[in-house]
Design a binder for this molecule. Structure first.
Ligand SMILES: *Cc1c(COP(=O)(O)O)cnc(C)c1O
Length: 463
Protein backbone atom coordinates (compact mmCIF):
# COMPACT_ATOMS: atom_id res chain seq x y z
CA UNK A 1 0.00 0.00 0.00
CA UNK A 2 1.24 3.48 -0.88
CA UNK A 3 0.52 6.65 1.08
CA UNK A 4 0.05 10.27 0.02
CA UNK A 5 0.25 13.46 2.07
CA UNK A 6 -2.85 15.54 2.75
CA UNK A 7 -0.88 18.59 1.56
CA UNK A 8 -0.03 17.13 -1.78
CA UNK A 9 3.71 17.74 -2.19
CA UNK A 10 5.55 15.25 0.08
CA UNK A 11 6.87 12.08 -1.56
CA UNK A 12 4.54 9.10 -1.87
CA UNK A 13 5.74 6.46 0.62
CA UNK A 14 5.30 2.82 1.51
CA UNK A 15 3.90 1.83 4.90
CA UNK A 16 7.24 1.31 6.69
CA UNK A 17 8.46 4.78 5.71
CA UNK A 18 5.16 6.31 6.80
CA UNK A 19 5.43 4.51 10.13
CA UNK A 20 8.90 5.91 10.82
CA UNK A 21 8.24 9.39 9.36
CA UNK A 22 5.07 10.31 11.31
CA UNK A 23 4.45 13.77 9.89
CA UNK A 24 4.92 14.24 6.12
CA UNK A 25 7.70 16.55 4.95
CA UNK A 26 5.24 19.12 3.58
CA UNK A 27 3.64 19.36 7.04
CA UNK A 28 0.71 17.13 6.01
CA UNK A 29 -0.52 13.78 7.30
CA UNK A 30 -0.22 10.53 5.41
CA UNK A 31 -3.34 8.70 4.18
CA UNK A 32 -3.66 5.60 1.97
CA UNK A 33 -3.49 6.28 -1.76
CA UNK A 34 -6.70 4.26 -2.12
CA UNK A 35 -9.03 2.57 0.37
CA UNK A 36 -9.00 -1.23 0.51
CA UNK A 37 -12.36 -2.77 -0.34
CA UNK A 38 -14.41 -4.79 2.13
CA UNK A 39 -17.32 -6.61 0.57
CA UNK A 40 -20.47 -7.57 2.46
CA UNK A 41 -19.16 -11.16 2.49
CA UNK A 42 -15.82 -10.00 3.93
CA UNK A 43 -17.68 -8.30 6.78
CA UNK A 44 -19.94 -11.32 7.40
CA UNK A 45 -16.82 -13.49 7.64
CA UNK A 46 -15.57 -11.42 10.59
CA UNK A 47 -18.43 -12.52 12.88
CA UNK A 48 -16.83 -15.74 14.04
CA UNK A 49 -13.28 -14.40 14.40
CA UNK A 50 -11.40 -13.34 17.55
CA UNK A 51 -10.46 -9.69 18.01
CA UNK A 52 -6.86 -10.33 16.90
CA UNK A 53 -8.11 -12.13 13.77
CA UNK A 54 -10.46 -9.26 12.90
CA UNK A 55 -7.60 -6.82 13.41
CA UNK A 56 -5.45 -8.87 11.03
CA UNK A 57 -8.11 -8.84 8.29
CA UNK A 58 -8.56 -5.09 8.65
CA UNK A 59 -4.90 -4.07 8.99
CA UNK A 60 -3.22 -6.42 6.51
CA UNK A 61 -4.21 -4.50 3.32
CA UNK A 62 -2.61 -1.35 4.79
CA UNK A 63 0.78 -2.94 5.47
CA UNK A 64 1.31 -5.17 2.41
CA UNK A 65 4.68 -4.68 0.80
CA UNK A 66 6.23 -3.48 4.08
CA UNK A 67 5.46 -6.05 6.76
CA UNK A 68 5.14 -9.72 5.93
CA UNK A 69 1.78 -11.23 6.72
CA UNK A 70 3.03 -13.90 9.13
CA UNK A 71 4.93 -11.30 11.18
CA UNK A 72 1.87 -9.04 11.31
CA UNK A 73 -0.28 -11.93 12.47
CA UNK A 74 2.18 -12.76 15.26
CA UNK A 75 2.38 -9.12 16.35
CA UNK A 76 -1.40 -8.86 16.60
CA UNK A 77 -1.82 -12.19 18.40
CA UNK A 78 0.91 -11.24 20.88
CA UNK A 79 -0.48 -7.76 21.46
CA UNK A 80 -4.06 -8.66 22.23
CA UNK A 81 -3.15 -11.77 24.23
CA UNK A 82 -1.73 -9.29 26.74
CA UNK A 83 -5.08 -7.52 27.24
CA UNK A 84 -7.06 -8.42 30.30
CA UNK A 85 -10.48 -9.16 28.86
CA UNK A 86 -11.09 -12.26 26.77
CA UNK A 87 -13.14 -10.31 24.22
CA UNK A 88 -10.44 -7.57 24.10
CA UNK A 89 -13.05 -4.94 23.20
CA UNK A 90 -16.25 -6.16 24.92
CA UNK A 91 -19.63 -4.65 24.03
CA UNK A 92 -22.05 -3.96 26.85
CA UNK A 93 -25.71 -3.13 26.45
CA UNK A 94 -27.09 -0.27 28.54
CA UNK A 95 -30.54 -0.11 26.94
CA UNK A 96 -32.46 -0.68 23.70
CA UNK A 97 -29.92 -0.05 20.90
CA UNK A 98 -27.77 1.69 23.50
CA UNK A 99 -24.30 0.13 23.70
CA UNK A 100 -20.85 0.75 25.10
CA UNK A 101 -17.66 -0.72 23.65
CA UNK A 102 -15.00 -0.95 26.38
CA UNK A 103 -11.60 0.04 25.03
CA UNK A 104 -9.75 0.12 28.33
CA UNK A 105 -8.53 -3.45 28.80
CA UNK A 106 -4.94 -2.77 27.71
CA UNK A 107 -1.91 -2.20 29.98
CA UNK A 108 -2.51 1.51 30.69
CA UNK A 109 -6.31 1.41 30.88
CA UNK A 110 -7.05 3.71 27.93
CA UNK A 111 -7.98 3.11 24.29
CA UNK A 112 -4.59 4.33 23.06
CA UNK A 113 -3.14 0.93 24.02
CA UNK A 114 -5.18 -0.74 21.25
CA UNK A 115 -3.01 1.03 18.68
CA UNK A 116 0.23 1.84 20.51
CA UNK A 117 0.82 -1.73 21.66
CA UNK A 118 0.83 -2.76 18.00
CA UNK A 119 2.78 0.29 16.81
CA UNK A 120 5.66 -0.31 19.28
CA UNK A 121 6.02 -3.84 17.95
CA UNK A 122 5.76 -2.69 14.32
CA UNK A 123 8.51 -0.13 14.95
CA UNK A 124 10.78 -2.82 16.37
CA UNK A 125 10.04 -5.21 13.51
CA UNK A 126 10.64 -2.63 10.76
CA UNK A 127 13.79 -1.28 12.46
CA UNK A 128 15.27 -4.76 12.83
CA UNK A 129 14.65 -5.45 9.15
CA UNK A 130 16.39 -2.22 8.18
CA UNK A 131 19.18 -2.61 10.73
CA UNK A 132 18.28 0.75 12.32
CA UNK A 133 17.68 2.02 15.87
CA UNK A 134 15.72 5.01 17.13
CA UNK A 135 15.54 7.15 20.24
CA UNK A 136 12.08 8.33 21.15
CA UNK A 137 11.84 11.50 23.20
CA UNK A 138 8.46 12.90 24.27
CA UNK A 139 6.79 15.15 26.81
CA UNK A 140 3.65 14.23 28.71
CA UNK A 141 1.23 16.02 30.98
CA UNK A 142 0.42 12.60 32.38
CA UNK A 143 -1.69 10.57 30.02
CA UNK A 144 0.05 9.69 26.78
CA UNK A 145 3.44 9.05 28.41
CA UNK A 146 2.40 5.81 30.03
CA UNK A 147 0.85 4.40 26.85
CA UNK A 148 4.02 5.25 24.89
CA UNK A 149 6.28 3.71 27.55
CA UNK A 150 4.23 0.51 27.72
CA UNK A 151 4.36 0.33 23.91
CA UNK A 152 8.16 0.70 23.71
CA UNK A 153 9.41 -1.07 26.85
CA UNK A 154 11.83 -3.91 26.20
CA UNK A 155 11.89 -3.29 22.44
CA UNK A 156 15.31 -4.19 21.01
CA UNK A 157 15.74 -1.22 18.70
CA UNK A 158 14.06 1.56 20.66
CA UNK A 159 15.18 3.69 23.61
CA UNK A 160 12.48 5.92 25.07
CA UNK A 161 12.82 9.07 27.19
CA UNK A 162 9.65 10.64 28.58
CA UNK A 163 9.69 14.03 30.28
CA UNK A 164 7.01 15.02 32.77
CA UNK A 165 6.72 18.17 34.91
CA UNK A 166 7.94 17.22 38.38
CA UNK A 167 5.15 17.09 40.97
CA UNK A 168 2.51 18.11 38.44
CA UNK A 169 1.16 14.77 37.26
CA UNK A 170 -1.20 12.67 39.36
CA UNK A 171 0.25 9.80 41.38
CA UNK A 172 -1.49 7.09 39.31
CA UNK A 173 -0.18 8.67 36.13
CA UNK A 174 3.35 9.05 37.47
CA UNK A 175 3.49 5.51 38.79
CA UNK A 176 2.16 4.08 35.52
CA UNK A 177 5.33 5.51 33.96
CA UNK A 178 8.01 5.28 36.64
CA UNK A 179 7.34 1.70 37.79
CA UNK A 180 8.47 0.39 34.40
CA UNK A 181 12.05 -0.59 35.21
CA UNK A 182 13.11 -1.77 31.74
CA UNK A 183 16.63 -0.79 30.62
CA UNK A 184 15.38 1.10 27.58
CA UNK A 185 12.83 3.22 29.49
CA UNK A 186 13.91 6.57 30.97
CA UNK A 187 11.57 8.79 32.94
CA UNK A 188 12.70 12.35 33.52
CA UNK A 189 11.05 14.65 36.06
CA UNK A 190 11.73 18.20 34.87
CA UNK A 191 11.81 21.14 37.27
CA UNK A 192 9.18 23.14 35.41
CA UNK A 193 5.81 23.03 33.67
CA UNK A 194 4.46 20.81 30.89
CA UNK A 195 5.24 23.64 28.44
CA UNK A 196 8.87 23.60 29.61
CA UNK A 197 8.99 19.85 28.90
CA UNK A 198 7.56 20.41 25.43
CA UNK A 199 10.07 23.17 24.72
CA UNK A 200 12.95 20.90 25.73
CA UNK A 201 11.73 18.20 23.35
CA UNK A 202 11.31 20.73 20.54
CA UNK A 203 14.85 22.00 21.13
CA UNK A 204 16.22 18.47 20.65
CA UNK A 205 14.27 17.98 17.43
CA UNK A 206 15.47 21.35 16.12
CA UNK A 207 19.12 20.41 16.65
CA UNK A 208 19.59 18.46 13.42
CA UNK A 209 23.05 17.16 14.26
CA UNK A 210 21.79 15.71 17.53
CA UNK A 211 18.66 14.43 15.84
CA UNK A 212 20.70 12.40 13.34
CA UNK A 213 23.27 11.32 15.91
CA UNK A 214 20.72 9.53 18.13
CA UNK A 215 18.01 8.79 15.52
CA UNK A 216 15.40 10.93 17.22
CA UNK A 217 11.79 9.92 16.66
CA UNK A 218 8.30 10.31 18.12
CA UNK A 219 5.18 8.18 18.52
CA UNK A 220 2.79 11.05 18.07
CA UNK A 221 -0.93 10.98 17.57
CA UNK A 222 -0.82 11.85 13.88
CA UNK A 223 1.01 8.65 12.92
CA UNK A 224 -1.08 6.77 10.35
CA UNK A 225 -0.25 3.43 11.98
CA UNK A 226 -2.23 4.41 15.06
CA UNK A 227 -5.33 5.24 13.01
CA UNK A 228 -4.99 2.00 11.08
CA UNK A 229 -5.03 -0.11 14.25
CA UNK A 230 -8.08 1.73 15.56
CA UNK A 231 -10.13 0.97 12.44
CA UNK A 232 -10.21 -2.65 13.61
CA UNK A 233 -12.54 -2.14 16.55
CA UNK A 234 -15.16 -0.41 14.41
CA UNK A 235 -15.30 -3.50 12.20
CA UNK A 236 -15.30 -5.68 15.30
CA UNK A 237 -18.33 -3.82 16.72
CA UNK A 238 -20.11 -3.90 13.36
CA UNK A 239 -19.59 -7.64 13.01
CA UNK A 240 -20.85 -8.27 16.57
CA UNK A 241 -24.01 -6.23 16.05
CA UNK A 242 -25.12 -7.59 12.68
CA UNK A 243 -23.28 -5.69 9.93
CA UNK A 244 -23.58 -5.69 6.99
CA UNK A 245 -27.29 -6.53 7.34
CA UNK A 246 -27.84 -3.92 10.06
CA UNK A 247 -26.70 -0.33 10.21
CA UNK A 248 -24.68 0.92 13.17
CA UNK A 249 -23.79 4.33 14.69
CA UNK A 250 -20.88 5.38 16.90
CA UNK A 251 -20.39 8.09 19.49
CA UNK A 252 -16.79 8.98 20.25
CA UNK A 253 -15.36 11.24 22.98
CA UNK A 254 -12.90 13.21 20.88
CA UNK A 255 -9.76 15.31 21.22
CA UNK A 256 -7.38 15.12 18.28
CA UNK A 257 -10.07 13.52 16.07
CA UNK A 258 -7.91 10.40 15.62
CA UNK A 259 -10.31 7.91 17.10
CA UNK A 260 -13.44 9.07 15.30
CA UNK A 261 -11.51 9.48 12.04
CA UNK A 262 -10.60 5.79 12.29
CA UNK A 263 -14.35 5.14 12.34
CA UNK A 264 -14.78 7.22 9.22
CA UNK A 265 -12.04 5.11 7.62
CA UNK A 266 -14.17 2.05 8.44
CA UNK A 267 -16.97 3.44 6.28
CA UNK A 268 -17.18 0.26 4.25
CA UNK A 269 -19.49 -0.79 7.07
CA UNK A 270 -23.03 0.50 6.70
CA UNK A 271 -22.41 3.23 9.24
CA UNK A 272 -25.32 5.56 9.81
CA UNK A 273 -23.85 8.26 11.98
CA UNK A 274 -20.90 9.47 14.06
CA UNK A 275 -21.38 11.65 17.10
CA UNK A 276 -18.32 13.64 18.15
CA UNK A 277 -18.36 14.24 21.91
CA UNK A 278 -16.54 17.20 23.47
CA UNK A 279 -16.01 18.87 26.82
CA UNK A 280 -15.83 22.66 27.24
CA UNK A 281 -12.94 22.66 24.75
CA UNK A 282 -15.51 22.23 22.03
CA UNK A 283 -13.89 23.35 18.77
CA UNK A 284 -15.17 20.20 17.04
CA UNK A 285 -18.73 20.43 18.38
CA UNK A 286 -18.90 24.08 17.32
CA UNK A 287 -17.61 23.15 13.88
CA UNK A 288 -20.28 20.54 13.31
CA UNK A 289 -22.93 23.10 14.29
CA UNK A 290 -21.65 25.98 12.19
CA UNK A 291 -19.12 24.91 9.55
CA UNK A 292 -16.63 27.27 11.17
CA UNK A 293 -13.47 26.06 12.92
CA UNK A 294 -12.35 28.67 15.42
CA UNK A 295 -9.39 28.32 17.81
CA UNK A 296 -9.83 29.28 21.42
CA UNK A 297 -7.58 28.88 24.45
CA UNK A 298 -7.50 25.48 26.16
CA UNK A 299 -9.21 25.32 29.54
CA UNK A 300 -8.63 22.45 31.95
CA UNK A 301 -11.58 20.07 32.42
CA UNK A 302 -12.31 16.84 34.29
CA UNK A 303 -11.80 14.97 30.99
CA UNK A 304 -8.20 16.14 30.41
CA UNK A 305 -7.41 13.83 27.48
CA UNK A 306 -9.90 15.84 25.43
CA UNK A 307 -8.50 19.26 26.38
CA UNK A 308 -7.25 20.35 22.97
CA UNK A 309 -7.19 23.52 20.96
CA UNK A 310 -6.84 22.12 17.43
CA UNK A 311 -7.73 18.59 16.33
CA UNK A 312 -4.85 17.67 14.06
CA UNK A 313 -6.43 14.58 12.51
CA UNK A 314 -9.34 16.63 11.22
CA UNK A 315 -7.06 17.41 8.28
CA UNK A 316 -7.50 13.83 7.10
CA UNK A 317 -11.28 14.21 6.89
CA UNK A 318 -10.89 17.55 5.08
CA UNK A 319 -8.69 15.86 2.49
CA UNK A 320 -11.63 13.63 1.54
CA UNK A 321 -14.25 16.39 1.73
CA UNK A 322 -12.15 18.43 -0.74
CA UNK A 323 -11.74 15.45 -3.10
CA UNK A 324 -8.08 14.96 -2.14
CA UNK A 325 -6.97 18.39 -3.30
CA UNK A 326 -3.77 18.65 -1.23
CA UNK A 327 -2.88 22.17 -2.31
CA UNK A 328 -6.30 23.49 -1.29
CA UNK A 329 -5.86 21.85 2.14
CA UNK A 330 -2.35 23.28 2.54
CA UNK A 331 -3.67 26.77 1.76
CA UNK A 332 -6.61 26.54 4.15
CA UNK A 333 -4.55 25.18 7.03
CA UNK A 334 -1.74 27.67 6.66
CA UNK A 335 -4.32 30.45 6.84
CA UNK A 336 -6.02 28.78 9.80
CA UNK A 337 -2.72 28.77 11.73
CA UNK A 338 -2.33 32.47 11.03
CA UNK A 339 -5.87 33.68 11.67
CA UNK A 340 -7.25 31.07 14.08
CA UNK A 341 -10.39 30.72 11.99
CA UNK A 342 -11.44 28.55 9.04
CA UNK A 343 -14.77 28.41 7.30
CA UNK A 344 -15.71 25.46 5.16
CA UNK A 345 -17.66 25.98 1.95
CA UNK A 346 -21.37 25.04 2.05
CA UNK A 347 -20.94 22.00 -0.16
CA UNK A 348 -18.12 20.53 1.91
CA UNK A 349 -19.88 21.29 5.18
CA UNK A 350 -23.03 19.56 3.93
CA UNK A 351 -20.92 16.50 3.12
CA UNK A 352 -19.39 16.52 6.60
CA UNK A 353 -22.85 16.79 8.15
CA UNK A 354 -24.15 13.76 6.21
CA UNK A 355 -22.55 11.52 8.82
CA UNK A 356 -21.26 13.68 11.69
CA UNK A 357 -22.91 15.44 14.63
CA UNK A 358 -21.18 17.17 17.52
CA UNK A 359 -22.23 17.54 21.15
CA UNK A 360 -20.61 19.17 24.19
CA UNK A 361 -20.93 18.55 27.94
CA UNK A 362 -19.80 20.90 30.70
CA UNK A 363 -17.97 19.45 33.72
CA UNK A 364 -21.18 19.67 35.77
CA UNK A 365 -23.13 17.83 33.09
CA UNK A 366 -20.36 15.24 32.91
CA UNK A 367 -20.50 14.61 36.67
CA UNK A 368 -24.32 14.42 36.61
CA UNK A 369 -24.11 11.96 33.72
CA UNK A 370 -21.69 9.70 35.62
CA UNK A 371 -24.25 9.54 38.46
CA UNK A 372 -27.11 8.94 36.04
CA UNK A 373 -25.39 6.09 34.17
CA UNK A 374 -24.49 4.47 37.49
CA UNK A 375 -28.06 4.78 38.77
CA UNK A 376 -29.76 3.51 35.61
CA UNK A 377 -27.35 0.78 34.48
CA UNK A 378 -25.04 0.02 37.39
CA UNK A 379 -21.98 0.92 35.31
CA UNK A 380 -19.30 3.18 36.79
CA UNK A 381 -17.83 5.10 33.85
CA UNK A 382 -14.99 7.59 33.49
CA UNK A 383 -15.43 11.30 32.60
CA UNK A 384 -14.39 10.76 28.95
CA UNK A 385 -16.50 7.69 28.24
CA UNK A 386 -19.63 9.24 29.73
CA UNK A 387 -19.39 12.13 27.26
CA UNK A 388 -19.59 9.55 24.46
CA UNK A 389 -22.59 7.86 26.04
CA UNK A 390 -24.58 11.07 26.57
CA UNK A 391 -23.61 12.66 23.24
CA UNK A 392 -24.77 9.50 21.45
CA UNK A 393 -28.14 9.56 23.20
CA UNK A 394 -28.71 13.28 22.58
CA UNK A 395 -27.82 13.24 18.89
CA UNK A 396 -29.19 9.86 17.85
CA UNK A 397 -30.84 10.32 14.44
CA UNK A 398 -32.51 6.90 14.29
CA UNK A 399 -33.46 4.98 17.42
CA UNK A 400 -33.81 1.73 15.45
CA UNK A 401 -30.06 1.66 14.80
CA UNK A 402 -27.65 0.51 17.53
CA UNK A 403 -25.62 3.44 18.90
CA UNK A 404 -22.23 2.31 20.22
CA UNK A 405 -20.43 4.73 22.55
CA UNK A 406 -16.68 4.19 22.81
CA UNK A 407 -15.48 3.92 26.42
CA UNK A 408 -11.97 5.34 26.08
CA UNK A 409 -10.67 5.00 29.66
CA UNK A 410 -11.15 2.84 32.75
CA UNK A 411 -12.74 4.77 35.66
CA UNK A 412 -9.71 3.99 37.86
CA UNK A 413 -7.58 6.07 35.52
CA UNK A 414 -9.43 9.20 36.72
CA UNK A 415 -10.34 8.17 40.27
CA UNK A 416 -10.75 11.62 41.81
CA UNK A 417 -13.24 12.91 39.25
CA UNK A 418 -15.19 9.65 39.41
CA UNK A 419 -15.26 9.73 43.22
CA UNK A 420 -16.36 13.36 43.23
CA UNK A 421 -19.20 12.61 40.82
CA UNK A 422 -20.43 9.30 42.20
CA UNK A 423 -19.12 8.94 45.76
CA UNK A 424 -17.39 5.71 44.69
CA UNK A 425 -13.60 5.43 44.48
CA UNK A 426 -12.93 3.09 41.54
CA UNK A 427 -10.46 0.28 42.22
CA UNK A 428 -7.59 -0.48 39.89
CA UNK A 429 -7.88 -3.84 38.10
CA UNK A 430 -6.19 -6.78 39.87
CA UNK A 431 -3.12 -6.62 37.60
CA UNK A 432 -2.33 -3.08 38.82
CA UNK A 433 -3.54 -3.39 42.40
CA UNK A 434 0.01 -3.19 43.83
CA UNK A 435 0.90 -0.12 41.74
CA UNK A 436 1.36 1.97 44.88
CA UNK A 437 3.89 -0.50 46.32
CA UNK A 438 6.08 -0.91 43.26
CA UNK A 439 9.57 0.64 43.10
CA UNK A 440 9.99 3.67 40.85
CA UNK A 441 12.79 4.68 38.50
CA UNK A 442 12.92 8.37 37.63
CA UNK A 443 15.64 10.96 37.04
CA UNK A 444 15.15 14.52 38.29
CA UNK A 445 16.49 17.18 35.93
CA UNK A 446 16.72 20.96 35.74
CA UNK A 447 15.07 22.73 32.82
CA UNK A 448 18.24 22.63 30.72
CA UNK A 449 18.70 21.42 27.13
CA UNK A 450 22.40 20.66 27.57
CA UNK A 451 21.74 18.40 30.54
CA UNK A 452 18.99 16.59 28.65
CA UNK A 453 21.18 15.99 25.60
CA UNK A 454 24.01 14.66 27.75
CA UNK A 455 21.57 12.37 29.54
CA UNK A 456 20.13 10.95 26.31
CA UNK A 457 23.61 10.35 24.87
CA UNK A 458 24.72 8.66 28.06
CA UNK A 459 21.73 6.42 28.67
CA UNK A 460 20.62 5.25 25.24
CA UNK A 461 21.98 1.86 24.31
CA UNK A 462 24.72 1.89 21.68
CA UNK A 463 23.98 0.56 18.23
C1 LIG B 1 -6.71 10.41 23.78
C2 LIG B 1 -8.03 10.26 24.45
C3 LIG B 1 -9.23 10.77 23.89
C4 LIG B 1 -9.24 11.55 22.58
O1 LIG B 1 -9.00 10.76 21.46
P1 LIG B 1 -8.62 11.40 20.05
O2 LIG B 1 -8.22 10.27 19.19
O3 LIG B 1 -7.50 12.36 20.32
O4 LIG B 1 -9.84 12.11 19.55
C5 LIG B 1 -10.41 10.53 24.55
N1 LIG B 1 -10.45 9.87 25.73
C6 LIG B 1 -9.33 9.37 26.30
C7 LIG B 1 -9.43 8.68 27.61
C8 LIG B 1 -8.08 9.56 25.70
O5 LIG B 1 -6.97 9.07 26.28
Amino acid sequence: MRYVSTRGTAPVLQFDDVLLAGLARDGGLYVPESWPTFTADDIRALRTLTYAEVAYKVIQPFTTGSVDDAALKTILEETYAGFDHEAVAPLKQLGANDWVMELFHGPTLAFKDYALQVVGRLFDHVLAKRGERITIVGATSGDTGSAAIEACRDRENIDIFILHPKGRVSEVQRRQMTTILSDNVHNIAVEGSFDDCQDLVKALFNDHAFRDEVGLSAVNSINWARIMCQIAYYFWAGAQLGSPEREISFSVPSGNFGNVYAGYAAMRLPIKQFVVGANRNDILARFFESGVMKMEGVEPSISPSMDIQVSSNFERLMFDLYDRDGLAIAGMLTKFRETGIMEMSQGQFARAREHFDGYRLSDDETRAAIRDVLATSGELVDPHSVIGIVAGRKCNRDKSVPMVALATAHPAKFPDAVKQASGIYPDLPERLSDLYDRPEKVEPMSNDVGALMAHVRDRRRAA
